[in-house]
Design a binder for this molecule. Structure first.
Ligand SMILES: [Zn+2]
Length: 202
């Protein structure tokens, strides 16, 4: 499975940036639309050692079709993003800055980022004057409840390129793995700038 090799490579790269330490984070890519089939990381895998053999193939209900192991606990969230955003890939990180900022801005329901050149790395954005609103969702352990909250937020914020789970991490997506990877890099950069600016100017 070509997607598995690509996902594993992207995941190891994120690990080395400190965005998915330990077994945290999870990644998926659509391998078939009709019927829906996803390549997705198996749960409890060290992302620094992520290999193609750790990527499962699942159907649109999360049942494993290929590979051994359990799909990520957050499979329902990946399926929600794929359905509501017509995404070809969904990438989820547990970075330091997404944890800090999702907590600091939780009461506002989201975080606005505007005026940075790097925003132009987001699909459809052509000027640094763009205002990106990253919604923040409370982190429920009940995945059905959390998926419902994600669906509601995605429907309400059609322009958003990603969202934050409070004290948990970042979700973003793209039409393919390359675009989703770019969105992680752009959003993690912007989150770090926001966080470090706050510390520097305190
Ligand atoms: Zn997570």
């Amino acid at each position: 499975m070509e997607a598995a090799t690509e996902i594993a490579e992207v995941g190891r790269g994120f690990y080395h940036r400190g965005w998915v330490l330990g077994t945290s984070g999870n990644f998926s890519a659509v391998v078939s639309d009709e019927p829906l089939r996803l390549a997705i990381t198996s749960s409890s895998v060290d992302k620094g050692r992520l290999a193609a053999e750790h990527i499962l193939q699942i159907d649109g209900s999360g049942n494993v079709l290929e590979g051994s192991g359990r799909p990520s606990a957050e499979t329902l969230l990946h399926l929600a993003v794929v359905r509501l955003r017509d995404a070809g890939a969904v990438l989820h990180t547990h970075s330091v800055w997404s944890n800090i900022l999702s907590d600091a801005h939780a009461s506002e329901g989201g975080l606005a980022i505007e005026g940075f050149e790097m925003l132009k790395g987001l699909e459809g954005v052509s000027t640094h004057e763009h205002r990106e609103w990253l919604p923040i969702i409370e982190n429920w352990q009940d995945m059905v409840r959390l998926a419902g909250a994600v669906e509601e937020v995605l429907a309400r914020h059609q322009e958003a390129h990603g969202f934050l789970l409070r004290r948990h991490g970042l979700y973003t997506w793209g039409k393919d793995i390359a675009e989703a990877k770019r969105h992680v890099e752009i959003l993690e950069f912007l989150l770090e700038v926001r966080g470090r600016t706050h510390v520097a100017l305190r």
